[in-house]
Each structure stands twice: as C-alpha cells, then as structure tokens.
Design a protein around this ligand. Sequence first.
Ligand code: ADP
Ligand code: ASP
Ligand code: MG
Length: 401
Amino acid sequence: MKFGGTSVADVERLRRVAETVSKAVAAGDQVAVVLSAMAGTTNQLVEWTQAISKLHDAREYDVVVSSGEQVTIGLLAIALHEKGISARSWLGWQIPVRTDGVHGSARIEDIDGAEIIRRMELGEVAVVAGFQGVAATNRVTTLGRSGSDTTAVALAAALKADRCDIYTDVDGVYTADPRIVTAARKLDRITYEEMLEMASQGAKVLQTRSVELAMNHRVRVQVLSSFNNTPGTLVVDEDEIVEQAVVSGITYASDEAKVTLLHVSDRPGVAAAVFGPLAAANVNVDMIVQSASPDGSRTDITFTVTRGELPRVEAILAQHQAAIGFQEIISDGDVVKVSVIGVGMRSHAGVAQKMFAALAEKGINIHAISTSEIKISVLIGAEYTELAVRSLHSAYGLDAV
Ligand code: ADP
Ligand code: ASP
Ligand code: MG
C-alpha cells in the first residue's frame, strides 16, 4: 500500500492511513506500506537547496530532499502502534534499497526483502520511506520526483506481493487529468503500455519508472483514492481488457521547451554533431523536426528538451556552434506537448487526422509532431493547453455522458 503526499499531509490524514492499513491487517493481509513526504514538504526542501546554491552537490541535495519521508514513516509507525498493530519504519538504506549513483534520479538496482518478509510473517507491518535508496558508495540517493511510486512497485516485486495499491487524491486513472477536464471518466482498467505512455507524456498520477517496473515484473498495480472507498483503476495486460477503445486518454506535459537551430548546414553527420554533445551531457531530447532545405545547403532543426535543461542546452550548443555550423539558436519555453494515447491505434486508421482536425477547428497551430505505435503527440503554444485537451477529449468521444 503506497500513500502519496496529500494522503499523509497532516496528523489527521496519517491517522486515516493507519485506519486503512489496520483494516487490511484485520482482513488477514500481510502489508508493507510505502509513504511519500507530507504534501509540499519535498518542494520546500528542494527550494532550500537551491536558495543556498544553484549548483549544489547532488549528493547533499539527496540528503536534504529525502528527509521528508523520514518524518511520515516514523509518524505512521507510531499511529499504528496506537492501534495495537506491530509496525516499524524503514529508511531506504536500512532495507537496503540499492540504487545506482545517479544522485537526484537514481535507479533501483536491487531490494533485499528478506528481513521485511521475515518480520511480516511474525505479523509486523513494514512502513517504508519512498523516494530514497543507497548507492554503492553508501551515500543516500533519491529516485527523482514522484519516486515513491517506484519504491512501491519495486518493493512489491521484491516481496512478490499479490498487488501494489497506489492510494492517491483521485480515485483512479482518468481519460484526462480530472483537474482540467471535468468530463474526464475513470478507467476501470488500463494496459501497462497505455499507462506507460500516459505517465511519460505527462499524466503525473504514476511515475513513469514505476509503470516500467510494473510491466517488466508483472506487478498488479491498482490506483485508488485514500479518501473514499470507490474501486480504483487496475493496470493490466492487454488481454485482460474486453472492449478496447481506440483512444484511452489525453495527456499534456508542460515542462517542455522548444529549441530551434537556424541555418544549419545540411550535410551528412549534422544531426550527430547537434545531438552528440547533448547526449554526452545526459540531456534527453524528445521531439525532433528537421525542415527540408530549399537550396540543399541549409536547414533548420527544431527539437524539445525538458524546460529545466534549457539553460544547459543553450550553453552546450553555443560551445559547439563552430563544429555544428548554425547561425542562431531560438528557444521557447512557452510550449506544451499534448498527446493522444491508445493501443487501438495499432489497428485503426485516421486517428491522427482526427487530432489535427480538432486542433485546426480551434485555430491551434502545431509546432512539432511525434508518434509511436500507440501515441500521437503535438507541440503547441502553452496558452492553448486546456482548450486542446478538452477539445480532443470530446473529439475522441471520451466525455462522460
Ligand atoms: P500523490 O501525491 O498521491 O502521489 P500526485 O499528485 O502525484 O499524487 O498524482 C495524482 C494527481 O495526478 C491527481 O491529483 C491528478 O490531478 C493528476 N493526474 C494527471 N493526469 C491524470 C489522469 N489521467 N488520471 C488521474 N489523475 C491524473
Ligand atoms: N516526496 C517525493 C516528491 O515529492 C516523492 C514522492 O512523493 O513520490 O517528489
Ligand atoms: Mg505522485
């Protein structure tokens, strides 16, 4: 059972979590609980590290930002004791949750579940800090923002749990973010693949890596509300879905930035010259568009990166300007990527056209397009985000009736 920030936001809510856990224990389940920090805490911790130094040591950043979870796990263990339930808290290093050494966005390599399993069999509830682990250097790492979801799925895999329940502030996965699309519908089931695309294209209800892990280790994940008892959404294999819609969801990602290199020399090796230095600096490039050059000698290359990376990207490109041979960099942080996702796209034609037509009807200009087997994404001006998501939601017949 994993509880997110809003679900553990204060002492009252932690008591509720203890109540939910105690019901599972009373029903005879052996339970491990993974917690986030109280809502807002991690943001505050991140701000403090930045206030002291923008270019701080990532190893110390991890020590600071991982601390919110230490508070909530201790408090929940105490709340469970109050209910007469045997429980103990676990920090990442105590288990240990072993990760690589990429501080700030570490990957879990291995979780040793032996001691937790031994104690579960004696009736003890494990209350585990999400988001944190320990590197081979013995230093504390964190798994990237929203990383508690990944801790939960990885722990479920390590403990061979029957299910991993992700309790949050909405009662499941919706066809679009219910905070901006009031007509969004809750999905009873969604495939791993669609959930993976939705998460990576901006639906922040699950961290992308948690879905990746669930898919690879076949962990049954359920997303449900910690505030009411309505059934949630199950993330399942494709063959467990009886009637598959062509499109399952619409997402938006507002942390993108667009970079255009003007008048790049159009010759073999130029893309490698542009993207090589970015890859070497661990910059993730998302959409890429290269326009045809009118005279065969010069072209423009447009691509997107995470907005926070923009200053670094501009600096790297400027440094390599002579080697790449471009005239000017133009960047735009005021863009959003809107995506339409559905496994039904594999077997249906005209899905992309419907998207373009719906956006055209609203006068929304498209800056870039990218597709995968089950997804179409477009880059548009940020001011059109809500209009685009709502129009597409209607166009694909997803609105609740
Ligand atoms: P937690 O703190 O429990 O981890 P998050 O804020 O990380 O919760 O994730 C839940 C939020 O995800 C919801 O409040 C909702 O606004 C947002 N969200 C975005 N897209 C979706 C979607 N398609 N379905 C459900 N929630 C979504
Ligand atoms: N507390 C961490 C964050 O806010 C991890 C999590 O909540 O999943 O990103
Ligand atoms: Mg979350």
